[in-house]
Every structure is written in structure tokens, then in C-alpha cells.
Design a protein around this ligand. Structure first.
Ligand code: PLP
Length: 369
């Protein structure tokens, strides 16, 4: 019998029971390990390997449905490890033009190394038209912050026929929301700063793959650029995985409740949440996702009304991230990197009581009029 997500999350990566040993051994802080004589073993130097990473990587591999995992010091370190280790001069890389804006910022870096970057929107699987001769296809679904969704299986099948590898940025969904590797992708990549660790207190990222050669290439990239996770962060993230299913279920329920409360509200336009049955992304999302994530996006009339709304929230923290246990929101246009209207708000639902969160959002909206 297959175990449930809660059971999987609680036990993921934990060592075999051993008398007088803790259930999850604490972080190992080591720059180097004893290595006398001909010593061979998994732990040599702290930039190559660490037992705390090993346990976290096993855990994330189990959540990904069985995979080798390489963890990184941030989501961007993980994103860059795939884009930059898998491509070189003359290679064609296909990217969404609406993915996380710092990932998009790697376009110029790739081009400076001689790669050719083609871009198209996520909605409607527009990447399909750009695959000829491609080496790597980068997907992000749902996208941050506009919450468009592409059909991963469909693009993977076409990309593989064209001879390209496919990587999916799965940050928003997490592996309990969607498993890119099960949909045929070669890499599942994430910022674990968000829902995976879920407490807004650390930065981490990971790359998962079922191909040992690709895993070795990404691991070697980490060794050579040194983008390694700190043992304390790795341990905190592993500890937090035990509650991943609980947190996601509450966040998803809260996000849906907020989206339902905003639907039809006279001040709100452009509401997006892939879990809403009438959302343009819902049909594809429902086919490939098991949980629709914590982010809801919408627009208020203009910058001033969005700022009034954000300033009137009491439970919802104003912050530029998502996935934490505490709800947060921001006016995305303040950074200038996304093609969104000035009044566009990205709201991340936390694990507060649903009634309290919805009341806070509706009260703040009433105060923006
Ligand atoms: N990918 C997505 C979809 C993100 O939203 C982010 C950060 O917001 C990243 C990658 C980068 O993650 P990090 O901030 O952990 O470097």
C-alpha cells in the first residue's frame, strides 16, 4: 500500500531507529573530516559533502517520488546550476518570458557565454513553437507572480522528441503539489526558501533528477562554484519537512478561501488562483497538480489603492516572498521586474485560521475604498 503524503513527509530522510540516537540527528558543522591514511568514505571536505545535507537530500528525493537531489544555498543557486551547467556556447535555451524575474535575468549571462535564449509565455504552452534545435527547456508552473500554468507532460514529450532536456521550477507547488519528474521532466528545481521550509527564516534550494549523470554534473557545478547550503539551514529545512503536508493543506485551503472571497469583489480585477474552477489555468492545473499552492494574485485600481490595502492588513505581513506559515502580501510592481499593472498584489496564504485571514483581507479591502 502506498503511504500518504503526511506519513511520507514525517519520515522522509530520517535514519533507521538506533537506541539512544535522536530521531533526526542535529546539524554537523565541519569544514573537514578525519582522513588518515588511505581513508575512503563519503565525507572528505565540507564543500563536497556533509551528513546533514545527505539526510535532507534523501528526504527531498523521497518527496520528489524517488530522485537524486543536490541541495544549494538558495533557490537561485539551484536555478543557475541547471541553466549554466547544462548549456554552453551555441546551445539554444528556451525559457518562459514570465518566470521568476531573477531566473529571467540569467538570459544575459547565458547570452554572454554564447548561448541563444528564446522566450515565450507560459500560458497556452507557447514554448512548443520554439523547440527546434533546443538543448534545454526551462519551465516554471505555476508562474510567480502571475500564476499561469503550462502542460508539463505535453511540453516534455515535444522537447524530448526535439532532443532537449526539460527543467521545471517547481517552487510554488512543491513536490507534494506536483511532481515534475513523474510528468517526464529531467530536472525538478525549487527554491526551498518558500513553502518547502515554510517558516520564512532561511534560504535554500534544490535540484532533483533521476539521471545519475545529470545529478553528477549538477553536484560538480555546486563543488566548483561553492554554492553550498549551511548545515544549520539544511537541518532546519529537514525538520520543517515533517509538517509540509499539514502546512500545504492549510495554506491551500486558505488561498482558495481568499480567492473565493475576492471573486466578484467590485475593487478586484484579474483575480488568479489555479484552484478556482473558473480560473483559466484550472483545467491543466487539475490534471497535473495535487495541491494548488498558497499564492493568490489580483489587481486593485492603481498603486495607491494597492498600497492602502497592504497598509490596512493586520494579520498579513508585507514581505517579498511566499510560502511561509504567516500570510504575506506585496505590490509586485514595486520591483519593476514583472509585466504586471501598478495595483497588482501577490498574496501568500499562511496557516492562520481561515476565518481570521479572510476577515483581515476583506476588512483591508473595505479600508481601501
Ligand atoms: N524560483 C522561483 C519561482 C522563485 O519565486 C524564487 C524566489 O522568489 C526563486 C526561484 C529563487 O529563490 P531564492 O530566493 O531562494 O534564491
Amino acid at each position: 500500500m502506498e503511504i500518504g503524503d503526511g506519513t511520507l513527509a514525517v519520515g522522509a530522510g530520517r535514519p533507521e531507529a538506533e537506541n539512544f540516537a535522536p530521531a533526526l540527528p542535529g546539524p554537523v558543522f565541519a569544514a573537514h573530516y578525519h582522513l588518515a591514511g588511505e581513508a575512503v568514505g563519503p565525507y572528505t571536505y565540507g564543500r563536497d559533502s556533509n551528513p546533514t545535507w545527505t539526510r535532507l537530500e534523501r528526504a527531498v528525493g523521497e518527496l520528489e517520488g524517488g530522485a537524486e537531489v543536490v541541495s544549494f544555498s538558495s533557490g537561485m543557486a539551484a536555478v543557475a546550476s541547471v541553466l549554466l551547467s547544462q548549456t554552453g556556447s551555441g546551445d539554444v535555451v528556451v525559457m518562459p518570458d514570465d518566470c521568476y524575474y531573477t531566473a529571467r535575468a540569467l538570459k544575459e549571462r547565458l547570452e554572454s557565454y554564447g548561448a541563444v535564449v528564446r522566450m515565450a509565455p507560459t500560458a497556452g504552452d507557447a514554448q512548443l513553437g520554439l523547440l527546434e534545435g533546443a538543448r534545454l527547456v526551462w519551465l516554471e508552473t505555476p508562474t510567480n507572480p502571475s500564476l499561469d500554468v503550462c502542460d508539463v507532460r505535453r511540453i516534455v514529450d515535444a522537447a524530448h522528441r526535439a532532443g532537449a532536456l526539460v527543467a521545471v521550477d517547481n517552487t510554488l507547488a512543491t513536490p507534494l503539489g506536483q511532481r515534475p519528474l513523474d510528468l517526464g521532466a529531467d530536472f525538478s528545481v525549487a527554491s526551498d526558501t518558500k513553502s518547502m521550509s515554510g517558516h520564512g527564516d532561511l534560504l535554500l534550494g534544490h535540484v532533483a533528477t533521476r539521471d545519475p549523470e545529470l545529478a553528477d554534473a549538477v553536484r560538480f557545478w555546486r563543488k566548483t562554484v561553492g554554492a553550498i547550503p549551511g548545515p544549520m539551514e539544511a537541518w532546519l529545512a529537514h525538520r520543517s519537512l515533517a509538517t509540509l503536508q499539514l502546512r500545504l493543506d492549510r495554506q491551500t485551503a486558505n488561498a482558495l478561501a481568499v480567492a473565493e472571497a475576492l471573486r466578484g469583489h467590485p475593487l478586484v480585477s484579474g483575480l488568479r488562483y489555479p484552484g478556482l474552477p473558473d480560473d483559466p489555468a484550472h483545467e491543466v492545473a487539475a490534471r497535473q497538480m495535487r495541491r494548488f499552492g498558497c499564492v493568490v494574485s489580483f489587481a486593485l485600481r492603481d498603486e495607491a489603492s494597492a498600497e492602502r490595502f497592504l497598509g490596512s492588513l493586520r494579520l498579513v505581513m508585507q514581505a517579498t516572498s511566499f510560502g511561509s506559515v504567516q500570510s504575506s502580501a506585496e505590490r509586485r510592481g514595486r520591483w519593476g521586474g514583472d509585466a504586471v499593472p501598478p495595483g497588482f498584489v501577490r498574496l501568500s496564504a499562511g496557516i492562520e485560521d481561515t476565518r481570521d485571514l479572510v476577515a483581515d483581507v476583506l476588512r483591508a479591502l473595505a479600508a481601501t475604498e
